[in-house]
Design a protein around this ligand. Structure first.
Ligand code: AMP
Length: 934
């Protein structure tokens, strides 16, 4: 439609800027379904001019833009053209105002302490309406109440009940009309009131009895002991039980829950079905699992089954450290692994639930990262139910004005247009309705949704804490405030749903269960549903023998496959050259480089029917242009992955460029590998030092998860490392930090130096049944180093050498000095020694720094028992690299009379210099030092 004509129409209809958003909504709805708007609006929209000669509606974007422009203009009065009643339009505006802003005047705070301004848009007078109009019948547009018109009085009441009751729904920020309409339908059709049977109400009540009963019992039995009580947020228990039951009824087979410490004991006993007697034992200092460190009771995970009308649902509560929100990506990763195993891309079969604190969800950046991941190809899980236990006190003592800048703690959810249902925790029926809507929304649209359970914290941060010292007014109120169980009991008694005798009986029954130490969850079942058997992976160590054979014929066959590109898939010239070279490597014309060996490792794994998953920044191509596992067609941008075309029935090969984050991606992959022992899972850092941003995941999960929680994890981390003059930030993967975390054989730290080594290292991680994290200092320039090449025969040995001895023809009896090293510096030492024609120096590479391969090193040193001079050569400054953490291992291996010295950079605050000339000088000096026979 010509611009002028549209403008003229809009102006002639007196539709003002203030109404633009609403009319836009209405028009969108009309375009979807003309019957969804009132006859009056239908008539107006039908009168809109059409594009000349075309039988189609004019573009909605044009109208929208025009409305936007008008929205900037001062308010004009809206009068529907044709002389009809101007109030009709005002009524529609009023409905829209409640949809947009009703939540701001909803009754959300159980303590009634929130001071919220009256929202003008929700007042009749703001819309030139008054109680005098209450008896007039108006068209109600798309209000989903099953009728076309209502008296204003009834409408106003319905709007207040729907949008300003115990549920405050924020959803008008959602851009999808379908989703908005869906939510409107769910809320408006029942005026935000749950329709519940007597049995359902009793079930809710039982949940509150359990929540309250356990805390009181623990408080009485173990006074002053830390339990991080749920009290105040009791509705969480019926909410979780409702979620699981409904999810199971709708077909879910597993639910994975992540939460911090607050309320965790309650969830463990009253949802997961942990036997209370076990918990009491833990309070008494007893434990039945012998782990090398173990963990406190409020960080423990749990697994069980839960019966629902749709069958048993397996429940897994993730173990978590006290780092609050970091468990969220772990849960998502665990869910993704379970979905992949069930071949369920949509997400129907496994439900993630993450439980947040109000300050943590607003304060911690990892929350934003997980929202950002929620629809990304590599990480989507079909939507997460995110529950905020909003007790209005941050960690120990902070008030909302100190912990956030937004109106609600949940603002971050809007970045992915997630609906947010704020709900008053003292109204458990509203909580159940919000829960039902949230789950159904997640299952319908496969997107994240937030339930903000507005509640309070009955005690201090822990039970020994005195909250009145810092929150005097709040705690004055809390002390007098009845518990959710008391409030609901009174309601049920008063409405005659449950007699007092019955509510008392249910409380006594719960107490009896605790006294007898019996499981309190009727729906609890022993585990049958979980689909992985971890027993083949238990009890192994890194030096166990394993079947590493791979035949040369198989390798040649795979080499041909990974180097073939379909004729009609036109790749970039530089990629073509790499693949041409790979074809030569396959035919034996050329030795294999790093990229080829790595791709062959993946090929051999998927050929054996196992899966490979790689994520990281640039992982498809490889940061340094070496992998090219994904081939982009230059004609149409289509993708071809040779590794997905190895053979019919092969294992899945998934490589994804990740979102631009380290911490949440690594946590996700940790979650993935703790839920999936088979195959190879790799996280790759763009540069090794970026792993810094994920330090919490290394410290709290990867290095200590097995020792604290008995949870194995076979994750491999490729961290590019090497001193090539790229400055302080891109030289070091901070090897020393990983070595410092090593004990109890908790993880492996490897520095492979040849293509055959990377091939066999990656295969070893899958073929050997041990599942422990593998941290790899992976190369950069070595990817293309002319000496860093291997033959197919080298690969076919199938063995990863933890130590590699001298490769040149050096007579051991002539050796006066032995140099130990790892990584790229080896080639510099080798070349320099060859240049110097030194035949009295042997170089030994330590390819696995932890667990330290003592026996293999001893074996290599057997021929150098006469040598006195041993030197550890490293590129890193002396306070970094392996020197301080590993020298005791080197020393222990020396022959009698031998001594160890250091050749490397001087201690330095920064990992590397930023000036190329200084870098070169330092590098030459350390190589020179290492080769200087004394
Ligand atoms: P889940 O499916 O996470 O509830 O786990 C079910 C059971 O599998 C647990 O009770 C453990 O016995 C075992 N299991 C799960 N994950 C691991 C793991 N990462 N390492 C060892 N055993 C595990």
């Amino acid at each position: 439609m010509p611009e002028g004509a549209m403008k003229a129409w809009i102006e002639s209809s007196h539709l003002s800027g203030a109404n633009a958003a609403y009319i836009e909504e209405l028009y969108e709805s009309y375009l979807d379904n003309s019957q969804s708007v009132s006859a009056e609006w239908r008539e107006i929209f039908q009168q809109l001019p059409k594009v000349e000669g075309a039988d189609v509606e004019y573009r909605h974007s044009e109208i929208r833009d025009e409305f936007k422009k008008l929205a900037q203009e001062p308010h004009k009065t809206l009068v529907v053209s044709g002389g009809s009643d101007a109030k009709q339009v005002k009524v529609l505006q009023l409905i829209n105002a409640f949809r947009f802003r009703g939540h701001q005047n909803a009754n959300l705070d159980p303590l009634g302490l929130w001071q919220r301004e009256k929202v003008r848009d929700l007042q009749l007078s703001h819309h030139d309406l008054s109680e005098n109009d209450f008896d007039r019948e108006f068209n109600i547009g798309s209000l989903a109440v099953g009728q076309e018109s209502m008296k204003l009085g009834d409408l106003y009441k319905a709007l207040k009940t729907t949008y300003c009751g115990s549920i405050g729904a924020e959803y008008m920020h959602i851009t999808s009309t379908d989703e908005k309409r869906w939510i409107q339908q769910r809320l408006e059709s029942v005026q935000s009131q749950a329709i519940l049977s007597v049995e359902e109400k009793e079930e809710i009540f039982k949940g509150l009895v359990a929540a309250d009963g356990l805390e009181k019992y623990l408080g009485a039995k173990f006074p002053g002991a830390k339990r991080f009580s749920l009290e105040g947020g009791d509705s969480l228990i019926p909410m979780l039980k409702q979620l699981i039951t409904r999810a199971g009824t709708q077909g879910a087979k597993e639910v994975v829950i992540g939460m911090a410490h607050r309320g965790r004991l309650n969830v463990l006993v009253n949802v997961m079905g942990k036997n209370p007697s076990k918990l009491f034992d833990e309070f008494g200092g007893k434990h039945d699992e012998i782990l090398s460190s173990g963990d406190v009771k409020y960080h423990q995970g749990y697994s069980s089954d839960f019966v629902t009308p749709g069958g048993n649902v397996h429940l897994a509560l993730a173990f978590n450290p006290s780092h609050l929100e970091i468990v969220n990506p772990v849960v998502m990763g665990s869910v993704r692994a379970r979905l992949d195993r069930r071949d369920c891309n949509a997400g129907d079969l496994v439900l993630p639930i993450t439980i947040h604190g109000d300050s943590a969800i607003a304060g911690q950046g990892v929350v934003q990262e997980t929202f950002n991941m929620s629809q990304a190809r590599a990480f989507k899980v079909g939507g997460t139910i995110r529950i905020v236990v909003n007790n209005q006190v941050g960690f120990t003592t902070s008030s909302p004005q100190d912990t956030r800048s937004g109106e609600y703690c949940t603002e971050i959810a809007k970045m992915v247009s997630a609906p947010i249902l704020h709900v008053n925790g003292d109204d458990p029926e509203a909580v159940i309705l919000a829960t039902q809507i949230a789950l159904d929304y997640r299952n319908e649209f496969k997107r994240d949704v937030v339930i903000d359970l507005v509640c309070y914290r009955r005690h201090g941060h822990n039970e020994a804490d005195e909250p009145s010292a810092t929150q005097p007014l709040m705690y004055k109120k809390v002390k007098k405030h009845p518990t959710p169980r008391q409030i609901y009991a009174e309601k049920l008694n008063a409405e005659g749903t449950l007699a007092k005798a019955r509510t008392d009986e249910l409380m006594a029954y719960y107490r009896k269960l605790l006294d007898e130490g019996q499981c309190t969850v009727e729906q609890w079942r022993p585990m049958t549903e979980h689909s992985v058997d971890w027993s083949p992976y238990l009890g192994h160590d890194w030096d166990d023998a394993y079947d590493h054979e791979i035949s040369l014929d198989k390798l040649k066959e795979l080499a041909n496959k990974v180097s073939s590109i379909p004729a009609d898939h036109h790749v970039h010239n530089r990629v073509r050259k790499i693949y041409d070279d790979r074809a030569k490597m396959a035919s034996g014309e050329k030795l294999l480089d790093w990229g080829m060996a790595e791709n062959l490792a993946y090929a051999s794994i998927v050929d054996a029917g196992e899966r490979v998953r790689i994520t990281g920044q640039d992982s498809g191509r490889g940061t340094f242009f070496h992998r090219h596992a994904v081939l982009h067609n230059q004609d149409d941008a289509s993708r071809y992955l040779p590794l997905q075309n190895i053979r019919e029935g092969q294992g899945p090969f998934d490589v994804h460029d990740s979102v631009l984050s380290e911490v949440s991606v690594l946590a996700f992959e940790y979650g993935y590998t703790t839920a999936e022992p088979s195959g190879l899972t790799i996280w790759e850092a763009q540069f090794g030092d970026f792993a810094n941003c994920a330090q919490v995941v290394f410290d709290q999960f990867i290095s200590s998860g097995e020792q604290k929680w008995g949870r194995l994890c076979g994750l491999t981390m490729l961290l590019p490392h090497g001193y090539e003059g790229q400055g302080p930030e891109h030289s070091s993967a901070r090897l020393e930090r990983f070595l410092q975390l090593c004990a109890d054989h908790n993880m492996q730290i490897c520095v492979p130096s040849t293509p055959a080594q990377v091939f066999n290292m990656l295969r070893r991680q899958v073929v050997r049944p041990m599942r422990r994290p593998l941290v790899v200092m992976s190369p950069k320039s070595l990817l293309r180093h002319p000496l860093a090449v291997s033959s197919l025969d080298d690969l076919a040995t199938g063995v990863f050498h933890n130590v590699i001895g001298e490769i040149d023809d050096i007579e051991p009896s002539n050796v006066e000095r032995v140099v130990f090293c790892s990584g790229k510096v080896y080639y510099e030492l080798l070349e320099q020694r060859r240049k110097n024609e030194q035949t009295n120096i042997a170089i030994i590479r330590i390819e696995q720094l932890y667990p330290f391969p003592e026996q293999e090193l001893q074996k290599q040193l057997a021929k150098y028992q006469h040598v006195k001079q041993f030197v550890w050569c490293q590129e890193e400054p002396q306070n970094q690299g392996a020197w301080y953490c590993s020298q005791h291992h080197f020393r222990a291996a020396l022959p009698k009379g031998g001594y160890l010295t250091y050749a490397g950079r001087a201690a330095s605050a920064a990992p590397a210099v930023g000036y190329m000339s200084v870098h070169v000088k330092e590098q030459q000096a350390l190589v020179h030092d290492a080769l200087k026979v004394e």
